[in-house]
Each structure stands twice: as C-alpha cells, then as structure tokens.
Design a protein around this ligand. Structure first.
Ligand SMILES: Nc1nc2c(ncn2[C@@H]2O[C@H](COP(=O)(O)OP(=O)(O)OP(=O)(O)O)[C@@H](O)[C@H]2O)c(=O)[nH]1
Ligand SMILES: [Mg+2]
Length: 244
C-alpha cells in the first residue's frame, strides 16, 4: 500500500462523508484511519457506516481524555501497523482539499516530510478574518524565529511523512497538543536532520461545524518554543539528532 491518511475528528459528522468521498474518488492506493474522540455528534457512527462498504476506511474510537495530539499518536501507531510507504495528516473539516494529495505523493519519495504550506510564495487562505490571518502569520514567524525553523508554515496540519521517517520520531516524548503538537513534530523532524519540503496548498476555512482549537491550545503553542529550547539545552541528545 502506498499511503495511509490519518484524520483526527471531533464533531465532524457533517464533514467526514464528503471528505472521504473526495479522497477515494482520487482513485489512489491508500487507506484512511479516522481517529474519533467519542464525538457527541456521533461522527464515529457515520464513519462506521461508510466502513461497511469500504474496507479501506479504518476507525479508532478513543474513549480516553479528548486530545488532538494523543489522537494523532494513536492514529500514527495504527497507520504504521498497516505498513504503508507514506503517512498523511489531514483535518476532517474540508480545509485541506484532497486534490493536493497527488502533489504530496509526487514530492515525498525524495523527502522525509512534506508540509502543505499556506504561506509559501504568497498567502492562500479562503475565508479567514484578517484577525485570524494575522494571528496565524504571527504564530508562524514567532516559532520560526525562536526555534530557528526554516519553514514558512509550521502550524499546517496537512502533511505527508515517509513512514520510515515517522518511525524515527520518538512519539512517547511528544507531549503537546493542538497547534503545539504540529510545531513540535516539525521541530523534531528538523532536529533529526530530515529532508523537509514545503509545497503550496490552498486552505479553505471550515463551512460546517465548530473550531476546536481553543485559546488554551494557542497559549500552549506560545510557550512551546521555549519549552523545546530548554529541553534541548538540558538534554543534549536532542541536538545530536537522536530526538531525545
Ligand atoms: N480526535 C480529535 N480530533 C480533534 C480534536 N480537536 C480537533 N480535532 C480535529 O482536528 C482537526 C483540526 O481541528 P479544527 O477545529 O478544524 O482546528 P482549526 O482548523 O485550527 O480550526 P478552524 O479553522 O476553526 O476549523 C479537525 O479534523 C478536528 O475535528 C480532539 O481533541 N480530538
Ligand atoms: Mg479546521
């Protein structure tokens, strides 16, 4: 199998069917793992129903405390057990258009990680307020500056990993959630010396359902660069490419 797409969901019942339809209509050799955090809107039941006619859809029903980061960890572990060449990360709310998946697949063989960037050679975001855009731009400049990351979009959740590269990241040491989880993973890829490439994507703000990224998660992202820096000072191993 070429690829597995891991999609975390919380209250995405109204989006997940359309997204899965769009993904599978590409006709690619890939499976999808949906990781649902016991969504009250019964997203998992909607996925279960789709699964009955498509064995390439997998479902993890989490009943542990709700967590974006922990959902990804569980999803990655499951995805790796399917032994694909590549593993994608993608949001369920149709913000990440599946039409870009072939671009990731064309680029990943020569790289360890592809980041779908909203900010490469311009800004490609549909339907964001100026406030939200400025916040995201600031967050990206901030983590880029503090951590010395050479990426234009450190908080993008549309990514594709070479499975071998993802295996090289010690997930048990990744402790952050929300946007901070995405930044921490990009930081570890960079520290591991991975070859990372950004490709342009168009990000479309969700039309249906509510955002789950709270101000608490944004605050966590603000502190994360300093936590990572302190960790790399106290645990030299992270600087020697062993990712602690
Ligand atoms: N399993 C799980 N999924 C989550 C959690 N929080 C968010 N998600 C999913 O992660 C993806 C990104 O979350 P969003 O709420 O869309 O975050 P965002 O894109 O920054 O916010 P919006 O632009 O307002 O949509 C979506 O597929 C969510 O359903 C969580 O705690 N657990
Ligand atoms: Mg979203």
């Amino acid at each position: 199998m070429d690829a597995v797409i891991v999609i975390p969901t919380y209250n995405e019942a109204e989006n997940i069917k359309k997204l899965l339809d769009e993904i599978f209509s590409l006709g690619l050799d890939l499976d999808v793992v949906v990781v649902d955090d016991s969504s009250p809107d019964k997203t998992a039941d909607a996925v279960e129903q789709l699964r009955s006619s498509n064995s390439r859809i997998h479902l993890i029903r989490r009943d542990k405390p709700k967590s974006f980061g922990e959902s990804y960890k569980d999803g990655f572990e499951y995805a790796l057990s399917l032994d694909p060449k590549y593993i994608f990360q993608m949001d369920a709310d149709l913000s990440h258009p599946p039409e870009f998946i072939p671009d990731f697949l064309a680029n990943i063989p020569d790289n360890d990680l592809i980041i779908g960037s909203r900010y490469l050679n311009g800004i490609r975001i549909i339907n964001w307020s100026i406030r939200r855009l400025l916040l995201s731009l600031f967050a990206n400049k901030y983590v880029k500056f503090v951590l010395g990351l050479p990426f234009e979009d450190c908080t993008s959740g549309f990514r594709c990993w070479k499975a071998e590269a993802l295996k090289g990241i010690r997930m048990s040491r990744v402790s952050s959630n929300g946007y901070a989880f995405l930044v921490e993973m990009a930081y570890l890829a960079h520290k591991n010396g991975y070859v990372v490439k950004e490709i342009p994507i168009i990000f479309v703000e969700r039309r249906v359902g509510a955002s789950k990224m709270s101000s608490k998660l944004m605050f966590e992202s603000g502190l994360l660069p300093w936590r990572l820096l302190l960790r790399s000072i106290f645990f030299k191993a992270s600087l020697s490419g062993e990712n602690e």
